[in-house]
Design a protein around this ligand. Sequence first.
Ligand code: AP5
Length: 217
Amino acid sequence: MRVVLVGPPGAGKGTQAQFIASHLSIPKISTGDIFRANVSGGTPLGKLAKEYMDRGDLVPDEVTVAMVRDRLSEDDTQGGFLLDGFPRNVPQAEILKKMLADWGLSLDVVLELVVDDEEVVRRLAGRRTCRSCGKVWHIDFDPPSREGVCDACGGELFQRDDDREDTIRHRLEVYQEQTAPLVSFYADEQILIGVDAAGPVEEVTQRAMAALRRFVD
Ligand code: AP5
């Protein structure tokens, strides 16, 4: 199954992506995670991406698309994939459509995680990520048992540079201007399903999985 997750920053795309990908036994491909790994590794791609990410702007399409094309060419995507954070604007969606069509493929479904702006700010301001294993925590909604320490691996937890409140507000504006038009793009393609992303993580996963099953059957 080939799935795309769309939603504002902090909607819970990364959180849900790991559960959905695991339920469907497909790889989760997060452009944000790939950029952050490059930033940590100090690669040329990471150096270029960092200035856009720190401001909350989108990394230029040609850079992002080339990176996704390489990733989707890997063997583990043969049985499907779940894209988290890509496409991020209509030009990226059109390129993805063409890329897949060239391989004789198409997307099966696009899940839109729907949540309001104030909840987004609450979720992002409290997010902490493990420097070692990448697991995501929340200081109120999903706190680790020891402050600043990952329960899963003992690694140090940190706050993302783009999770400051002013940057979060800018990312929301970028979402409204550039990413929200994807909703009507995929509605026109008749592969869009909206999922209420408010409430506990497990309930959102159940709603998403129910929506996916309905779509496939
Ligand atoms: P990216 O990493 O994709 O960031 P984003 O879309 O802004 O999304 P986030 O990762 O911030 O949030 P999320 O929806 O995954 O939420 P999460 O599950 O962590 O992109 C970062 C940057 O990279 C972009 O700004 C851009 O510069 C660049 N980039 C990436 N892709 C690009 C592209 N295609 N083109 C160009 N540039 C690109 O959850 C958030 C918090 O809430 C966590 O603490 C979590 O524990 C908590 N939480 C989750 N669900 C719940 C729940 N149900 N209840 C309570 N708390 C919850």
